[in-house]
Design a protein around this ligand. Sequence first.
Ligand code: ZN
Ligand code: ZN
Length: 335
Amino acid sequence: MKLPATMNAMVFEEAKKPLVFKNIPLPRVLSNQVLIKIIACGVCRTDLHIVDGELTQPKLPLIPGHEIIGEIVIAGSNVTTLQKGDMVGVPWLGYTCGKCKYCLRGQENLCEYAGFTGYTIDGGYAEYTVANEPYCFLLSAMYSNPSGAPLLCAGLIGYRSYNRIPKQAINIGIYGFGAAASILIQVAIFQGKKIFAFTRDGDKDAQQFALQLGATWASGSTEKPPEKLDAAIIFAPVGSLIPKALRDVDKGGIVVCGGIHMSDIPSFSYDILWEERSICSVANLTRKDGDEFLAIAPQVPVTTKIKTYKLSEANEALSDLRNGNIQGAAVLVMD
Ligand SMILES: [Zn+2]
Ligand SMILES: [Zn+2]
C-alpha cells in the first residue's frame, strides 16, 4: 500500500474554539517510532478539559485524542517489538524519561518529563499518527476495532483508580457513570464486588445503564446509598462529590478521584474524614497498568457501548460529551 502524502486531522488551535478540520502532511517517523493508520480514536473527558482551556499546557497547534486504535504501517529502524501490520493501542502516556526519581521508583505516571498523547504529543483525531514504540500496546483481535478505543483511557484510568482500593473492599460506589464507570463495573463485578452507581440527579437513562451492567443500586449523586461503602471512585469532575462520598464511605474507607480536573472542593468538617477515611487522586497511567488491564479485559470479557462519529464530527462528539448526551463512550471512526 502506498501511503498518501497528507492526512485529514481535527486540529486544536485555541481554547474554547471549535477544532479545525485540516489536511496536513503525514507526520515523520523517527527510528524508535511507528506510523499508525488510525482505525478509531475515543473522545475522552480530558479532551474536553483541553478544548475548554481547563488544562493549560497543550502543545499548539495540537491534534487531540489519546484512545487510539490502529494498524502499524511503518516501523522505524530501531523498533524491535512491533512490526508492520500489528494492531496497537496508543494511550495517554506517550513518553517517559526513565531517569527521574519517579521513573526510577516505578511511578512513571508521575515522570517529570512525561509526554502525553493528544496533549503534549499529537494524538488520534487524525487519519495517521506516530507513537513511541514502548508506549504502544499490542491489541488482541477482540479489541482491534472501534469498540476497543475506550479501553485505552476510560478503561485504563478506571482500572488504576480501582487498584487504589484495598482488595478486601466489597461495596464500591462509583460517582459519575460515563465511559470509565461502564468499563470498570464489569471488571469489579467479575471480581465479586458490589457496585453502587451515582449519576447526575434524575438521569434515569444512566441509572438504567448501570443496573443493566450489574450495579446493585443506582441513583442520583445526592442520594444516600442503602449500605455503607468500603470505597468510592469519583469520575465526575465535580468537587462537591468528595465530601458527599466521604459521608457515604465506612470507617477506614477510601475516596479515589479518577479525573484530571475537578471543580473546587467545598470545605467540610473533619468528622467525615475522621476514622481513617482517606482521599486520593490518580494521575495518568503506567505501562504496567495497561498490561494488567488489557490482560484482564478479555477474561471478563469487557464490552463497551460506543456512539460513533466521523473524524470531521469531532466537535459534535465533544459537545455531546459536555452535555451528557452519550451513554458509554464517544468514538471517532476514520473512513
Ligand atoms: Zn521520568
Ligand atoms: Zn482520557
